[in-house]
Design a protein around this ligand. Sequence first.
Ligand SMILES: Cc1cc2nc3c(=O)[nH]c(=O)nc-3n(C[C@H](O)[C@H](O)[C@H](O)COP(=O)(O)OP(=O)(O)OC[C@H]3O[C@@H](n4cnc5c(N)ncnc54)[C@H](O)[C@@H]3O)c2cc1C
Length: 358
Amino acid sequence: MDADFLIIGGGIAGISAAARLSELGRVIVLEAEDVLAHHASSRSAALYEPRYGASAVVGLSMASGDYFRSLPGVLGARGLMLVGKADGVEAFEHDLQAMAFDRISVAEARTMVPILNPEVVALAGYASHAEDVDTDLLIQGFAREAKGRGAQVLTKARVSAVTKLDGGWRVTSAAGEFTARMIVNAAGAWVDEIARLAGVRTLGFTPYRRSMARIPAPGGLDVSRWPMMFGPGEDWYAKPDAGALIVSPAEEHLMEPHDAWADDMVLAEGLARYEEMVTEPVTRLLASWAGLRTFSPDRVLVIGRDLREPTFFWLAGQGGYGFQTCPAASRLAADLIGGRTPELGADLVAALSPARFG
Ligand SMILES: Cc1cc2nc3c(=O)[nH]c(=O)nc-3n(C[C@H](O)[C@H](O)[C@H](O)COP(=O)(O)OP(=O)(O)OC[C@H]3O[C@@H](n4cnc5c(N)ncnc54)[C@H](O)[C@@H]3O)c2cc1C
């Protein structure tokens, strides 16, 4: 066999797994594109908000905090502000509770973000526990770690066939044929396609597009210390980004796996929801893009050996949490593959296991 572990997909899921699995054996990563992290992993809002998502996702995100904090420069102070209108009390109260915000006055909110429109914004909450993640530093760090232990990380290596062998797999890719004892399926929006290629039952993953616009700093203000802001029910959000502001309509539009791009109409509608809350109009876009957030049927990540094909390992369904969960997710993958007792609790491991889909 060429490798112990062959990882399909060079986004944050695959590359973090490569770092952890390189501690256990020979690793090959096959990435279809010219560079690592071409798809979802280069299009995120780069936030670590450990209280975001279903409880198993929160468990993984919380368990990832220590790793992030052990790496200088990966996390940066940001904060998160919830801003609502008078007619949106129910959704506001729900988010306030769910994500442990402190209720603050609109006047206090305006001391942090002076462009909030006091005639429209009636409700505000603030949480300091959300932080920026330097996603590039993270990806490069994992890649360096994996390569340092001898992992082969190959780009331009789209996988086109996966064949079961005695005691392993043969994988045909644009970079050649490889054999391995185990396959780790970390192909993002394409995970069910990889399962199909391998003759493994698909689990019903759904990629949803989310668009993003970068706009100049409103009113030419220094936005660098503003918190990320979002509307109740997550119907828009805005975040400082390299001296500008990124604004997302926060849509979830079902898509086939593909190289996603922003929908102009959806973007315009989302920008209008943001604009309604502020005093500075959006005058132009600096850039726009979109990415696919891929969810399992219960919106929780899927981490574990396939129930019927135990040498086929799922590392899938990262949804909107792929960065903030990657340290604990990749550690769990290595624990399960290496036969170690997982550091995470048994209930959490079960909630993440593909076995839950029967
Ligand atoms: C707008 C937006 C905002 C987000 N904000 C956040 C955030 O603030 N915080 C957070 O934690 N997460 C966020 N996310 C989610 C995060 O970006 C994703 O969960 C994460 O990037 C998924 O990583 P991945 O490695 O699973 O998928 P990907 O990055 O898509 O990687 C999968 C890789 O598999 C490769 N592949 C597919 N098929 C094949 C094949 N046949 N052969 C070889 N390679 C193949 C693809 O080319 C791709 O590079 C956001 C996502 C979006 C779109």
